[in-house]
Design a protein around this ligand. Structure first.
Ligand code: ADP
Ligand code: ZN
Length: 453
């Protein structure tokens, strides 16, 4: 009823104000929280930095029993738990970073009601004994973070996520289940609902738009020159540079190091220690720039990243938006720049071809790659392109992306394109670009004469 709803909301607001120190809820938070408090399953799709955490943290404090938070971000769990405890909220985590005795202790404390929130990594659920133990807790809410990881169609599928649903089914009383993600196409959203067996869920999409970010694609320019020039004008700011391969990361890292930038690097070829150290130094502004592969970052919670430059085109729009979205989490302006060259397409095609994916899956990946390439070439508003991809329609262009800012002319070149293709066909598709160009120009050079072209 309305009064009940009002009452729940009031309680939630008190915690928001008193514990978290925020005056009002942000878009979507209120609806998600009251839904959960009324026992409804929820799927919350909110942009990075939108404030997903308190959507389950506040209900966790208000509901009886324990809330289990399933998160793949082991490196972040400790931070999140520490933050909660500083605010006086009883929380703990169990993951591979603590030993068996410590885990048993934390489990015991949770059973005794000393913790309202228990963070775990999904891998834990594959160990039968651990899930059996968990099932003995009075669990009132299960929050699944980064829920797109359960979907094969998402960009970061993690098989361990498939253990969540069987675990839920072993529970004597089914808790409320709530899933969160920042990147889900309508298809992935459906998949999350189906795979987690969400019951009549409250689907809350607050929109993907990140007003404070500006997008641009740089084509046909020397990437290195562009980068050096850009950095020179942004010396004081923190930024991330993503590159497609470890080798490329190393090259950029060295180049910037030689130029005297406070730069670090991050990729899977480095030791755990070096990675952790670089990440830490970047978080604390000791390093201004981090050059990384896509191994860097899910859940990177650095608020003052002012730019994210992609030195290469990533594999798809989901990956791009998530990585670019690490800029401007504090709400201040952030620049998202993609440096595109046609070779990037070959790298990504190669990676799909080399992968062990099934054929149907590969085709899906090619399709997503296609949409990524289209982003690099579209003359239309880039923000609208992104939002459309995620199923959101905008009626107006953003006015501040690379396309909106550009005053290029559009020329009709259909006839020329037809002539070029027809020439290629008539040369039986046997020659490279320069000979085709020669023939089209009517060149009398030796080779075309010899071949009688
Ligand atoms: P994400 O959706 O990326 O997980 P977080 O939950 O980490 O986002 O929240 C992002 C930032 O927004 C955090 O610093 C958080 O404290 C802040 N925040 C969340 N909700 C509110 C609110 N209602 N009012 C003000 N700040 C908020
Ligand atoms: Zn635009």
């Amino acid at each position: 009823t309305n009064t009940k709803h009002h009452h729940l909301l009031k309680n939630a607001e008190i915690i928001l104000n008193k514990r978290f120190g925020y005056p009002t809820f942000r878009k979507g938070q209120e609806k998600i929280i009251t839904g959960i408090l009324q026992g409804q399953d929820t799927i919350g799709i909110m942009p990075t930095g939108g404030g997903k955490s308190i959507c389950y943290q506040i209900p966790a404090l208000l509901l009886e029993g324990t809330t289990i938070v399933i998160s793949p971000l082991i490196s972040l769990m400790k931070d999140q738990v520490d933050t909660l405890r500083e605010l006086g909220m009883p929380a703990t985590f169990i993951n591979s970073s603590i030993n068996y005795t410590e885990a048993a202790k934390r489990f015991q404390e949770t059973r005794q009601g000393k913790h309202k929130l228990l963070y775990i990594a999904p891998e834990r659920l594959s160990a039968g004994q651990f899930s059996a133990q968990l099932a003995t807790l009075p669990i009132s809410l299960v929050a699944v973070d980064e829920a797109h990881c359960i979907s094969q169609w998402g960009h970061d599928f993690r098989p361990s996520y498939l253990d969540i649903t069987p675990f839920l089914e072993t529970l004597p009383d089914r808790p409320v289940v709530t899933a969160f993600t920042a990147t889900a196409t309508p298809e992935v959203t459906e998949d999350i609902i189906a795979l987690l067996h969400l019951r009549n869920p409250n689907v809350c999409i607050t929109g993907f738009n990140r007003e404070n970010l500006s997008f641009s694609v740089v084509r046909g320019e020397n990437k290195q020159d562009f980068l050096l020039n850009f950095l020179q004008n942004h010396r004081e700011q923190a930024g991330i540079i993503y590159a497609a391969t470890r080798k490329e990361v190393d090259n950029i890292f060295e180049m910037l190091g030689k130029k005297g930038y406070a730069v670090g690097r991050y990729h899977a070829g480095l030791s755990d220690q070096e990675r952790a150290e670089n990440q830490e130094r970047f978080l604390y502004d000791d390093l201004k720039i981090i050059v990384a592969t896509n191994a860097f970052g899910m859940g990177i919670d650095k608020s003052n990243v002012r730019y994210v430059i992609h030195y290469n085109m990533p594999k798809n729009m989901e990956a791009y938006y998530q990585e670019a979205g690490r800029a401007g989490r504090d709400g201040e302006p952030g620049k998202c720049i993609l440096l595109f060259a046609p070779q990037d397409i070959y790298i990504q095609r190669f990676l799909i071809e080399q992968s062990t994916l099934e054929q149907a899956r590969k085709e899906k990946e090619y399709q997503k790659l296609r949409a990524m390439i289209d982003y690099c070439y579209t003359p239309h508003c880039l923000r609208n392109y992104i939002l459309h991809y995620f199923g959101e329609e905008m009626t107006e262009t953003c006015g501040k992306c690379g396309s909106c800012d550009d005053d290029f002319d559009i020329h009709e070149i259909t006839i020329e394109a037809q002539m070029i293709l027809s020439c290629v066909v008539r040369m039986k598709e046997r020659f490279g670009i320069s000979l085709v160009a020669d023939v089209l120009k009517g060149s009398q050079n030796k080779k075309s004469a010899q071949l009688r072209l």
